[in-house]
Design a protein around this ligand. Structure first.
Ligand code: MF3
Ligand code: CO
Length: 255
């Protein structure tokens, strides 16, 4: 399918969705501490999103039962919040959230440490975030999707990490998932040519150990096969005539 080019009006709605999503992540970040359940994190996120007049886009998406994906340690993505899952000092936790504002989506993810974490875990979180920004540098009109993939992949492999292959970034707009796919690894194809007005979610999912993942019996939670730690960092971005624009951001809020 052809990749959509968004109108100025659509981009404006996606900026607002992205601003509210950034504020949502800020609320979630403040809540992260040893002793909180992943269910409570989901509730804080859902309540905040609704308080801003938005809809949590993940809730009921293909049957997903919550508003925030909360993935702990070896969980890569799509962890289902639970009253029985309590964060403890030393954990790392990935929070993936999506909002809909007037029909338009924004999608972003962050990974945080819970209390004091190991140097090894912090390094994984940092490199995962940095790899997004490497990908961002390649997100320029005239380049192809594969340029983003290569930038992310080279950055993390040079540092000894692996990129998950069973899940990819994606176009985003009136739907949470649109064309094109945005892999974090080389596929042997160039992928779509980037043009101004394309909006995509770039989302490195990076492991300390092997790249292989598997699904838990809940049919959602993706975990690393070898049990190694995994981190996730994602923003919704806009391809422009010049520098790419991060849409899932708000003034005064750290990316
Ligand atoms: N951010 C996730 C992604 O792009 C969306 C979560 S899917 C859901 O894949 F079903 F959990 F909502
Ligand atoms: Co996404």
């Amino acid at each position: 399918m052809a990749v959509e080019i968004k109108s100025q009006m659509e981009i404006e709605l996606m900026r607002e969705a992205g601003r509210i999503l950034a504020l949502t992540h800020e609320e979630l970040k403040k809540a992260i501490r040893p002793g909180i359940s992943t269910y409570e994190i989901d509730q804080i996120g859902e309540n905040f999103i609704r308080s801003q007049g938005c809809i949590p886009s993940f809730l009921n998406y293909n049957g997903y039962p919550a508003s925030i994906c909360v993935s702990v340690n070896d969980e890569v993505v799509h962890g289902i919040p639970s009253k029985h899952r309590i964060l403890k000092e030393g954990d790392i936790v990935s929070l993936d959230a999506g909002v809909i504002y007037k029909g338009y989506h924004s999608d972003s993810a962050r990974t945080y440490g819970v209390g004091k974490i190991s140097e090894e875990a912090q390094k994984l979180i940092d490199v995962t975030k940095e790899s997004f920004f490497e990908g961002l540098k390649a997100a320029r009109a005239g380049n192809h999707i594969s340029d983003i993939s290569k930038a992310v992949y080279d950055y993390i492999t040079e540092r000894g990490y692996t990129a998950v292959k069973d899940l990819v970034g994606h176009g985003v707009g009136a739907h949470l998932h649109e064309d094109p796919e945005v892999p974090n690894f080389p596929t042997g194809r160039r992928g779509a040519k980037l043009r101004p007005g394309m909006t995509i979610a770039v989302e490195p999912m990076i492991n300390i150990g092997g790249y292989e993942v598997e699904w838990l019996d809940d049919d959602w939670t993706v975990v690393t096969k070898d049990g190694s730690l995994s981190a996730h960092y994602e923003n919704t971005i806009l391809i422009t005539e010049g520098d790419p624009e991060i849409l899932s951001k708000a003034d005064g809020i750290e990316l």
